[in-house]
Every structure is written in C-alpha cells, then in structure tokens.
Design a protein around this ligand. Sequence first.
Ligand code: ZN
Length: 83
Amino acid sequence: MIDTPSEPDPAEDDLPDGDGTADSEALVVCPHCGAASEVGLDPGGGAQQQYVEDCQVCCRPWRVTVRYSAAGGADVSVEPLDG
Ligand SMILES: [Zn+2]
C-alpha cells in the first residue's frame, strides 16, 4: 500500500466537475413510487451502461441508463421495467 499524506480528498460536496473525476453516485427518482434514492455508479464500467436495479422503497425493478460525458459527469435515467 502506498500512503500519500499530501492532497487530502476534497470535501464531498455536490461539485462533480472539480478535477476530472467521474461521478460515482447519482440521485434518481423511482418511476413507480416517486421516492428519491441514491444509486452507486461504476465509472470504470464504460461511457454508457444499462442495468436493472430494484427500488429500495417499493422493491420494483428499474432499467437504469447511465451515460458519462467527456467531463466525467453522469447522466442517469431510470424507467420502469415492468411496462
Ligand atoms: Zn419505488
């Protein structure tokens, strides 16, 4: 393990476009029940991703679509899977 004492991580504010770092989480609204949830993203998974995830509130499935911009910002959309 390499320990780098300098450059502490910046505070985790809502400023995703700080340093060329890609978003690793996003806030989405459930298309079934309307609850807002935070979902974890995988920036290493590619510029465009699609997968299925269940709502933590109503347990119904979403199709999650993630698109990363060149700046690393994630554009996340969800739609109902059982349509
Ligand atoms: Zn829900």
